[in-house]
Design a protein around this ligand. Structure first.
Ligand code: NDP
Length: 274
């Protein structure tokens, strides 16, 4: 079974660099998908309150027989629950659905700048961290301006910012901001939901290594230092997306993928979503 490298976060804890995402997986299908992922060797699972499948994740975790301290579970606070007290209540609900007494990482799902509540929300996450109910706290979909504003009001730096990132949207400025502040970049939709897998630049690199396009894209992320959380409900793909640690892309291949950057957003604009 492949050994997944760990990334040390700015509070000293370690997170697997490769995890398993469950966005758009119905709750009743989630248990089977997460169980397949855990049997294949994934130990990090990324869910969110809004996905409606925290119970399905929890069932798979409970039946896996894997020790809690070998698992890394992330969930996220939904936009409508932003605010200090509402965050604490929403966190309790997530933990109850997951059937856990703590999570490893709790994220603010979107900044929703028009609500102007992410700093109050962050204070609630700081309390959850201090109380040991989550081992780390972070954000998702924050642009540099949102991060800057948050950093001005707190001494607790988010451990990660989970953002849309793939060869069509490489987030160079944001990644530089993260590097300056000790924030790990976590890539959501790392495969652009499949949109780039037929690109000739990627298929030709894949053919050269005897690998699939998805493996090439995920390997590119790992070599950039990103945490990745590909999603699949297909057992063969779940295993394929884990087989990334016995080949490497050359500097020329990395450069060829860098050239695919074109501002391709598949999800919402974080400045506009509320
Ligand atoms: P991904 O980029 O992971 O792509 C998933 C799609 O690609 C599915 O249709 C899947 O098909 C297909 N796929 C997976 N593996 C392969 C493969 N080896 N070959 C060909 N096709 C493949 O998209 P997601 O949007 O799901 O992003 C991943 C995770 O990121 C989410 O599940 C979620 O945890 C997180 N996320 C976070 C967001 C946020 O706002 N913080 C927003 C969006 C996602 P199939 O399942 O049919 O096999």
């Amino acid at each position: 079974m492949a050994s997944i490298p760990g990334i040390t976060l700015n509070n000293g804890i370690t997170m697997p660099q490769l995890g398993f995402g469950v966005f758009q997986v119905p709750d009743e299908e989630t248990t089977a998908a997460v169980s397949t992922a855990l049997e294949s060797g994934y130990r990090s699972i990324d869910t969110a309150a809004i996905y409606g499948n925290e119970r399905g994740v929890g069932r798979a975790l409970a039946s896996s027989g894997i020790a809690r301290d070998e698992l890394f579970v992330t969930t996220k606070l939904w936009n409508a629950d932003q605010g200090y007290d509402t965050t604490l209540t929403a966190f309790d609900a997530s933990l109850d659905k997951l059937g856990l007494d703590h999570v490893d990482l709790y994220l603010i799902h979107w900044p929703t700048p028009a609500r102007d509540l992410y700093r109050d929300t962050w204070r609630a996450l700081e309390k959850l961290l201090a109380d040991g109910r989550t081992r780390a706290i972070g954000v998702s979909n924050f642009q540099p301006a949102h991060l800057q504003r948050l950093l001005e009001s707190t001494s607790v730096v988010p451990v990660v910012n989970q953002v849309e990132l793939h060869p069509g949207l490489q987030q160079t400025a944001l990644r530089e901001f993260h590097a300056r502040h000790g924030i790990v970049t976590e890539a959501w939709s790392p495969l652009a939901q499949g949109a780039l897998l037929a690109d000739p630049a990627i298929t030709s690199i894949a053919a050269g290594h005897g690998r699939t396009p998805a493996q090439v894209v995920l390997r590119w992320h790992l070599q950039l230092g990103n945490v990745v959380i590909p999603k699949s409900v297909t057992p063969d793909r779940i295993r394929e997306n884990l087989a990334l640690f016995d080949f490497a892309l050359t500097a020329e291949e990395m450069a060829a993928i860098a050239a695919l950057d074109r501002g391709l957003r598949t999800g919402p604009d974080p400045d506009a979503l509320n």
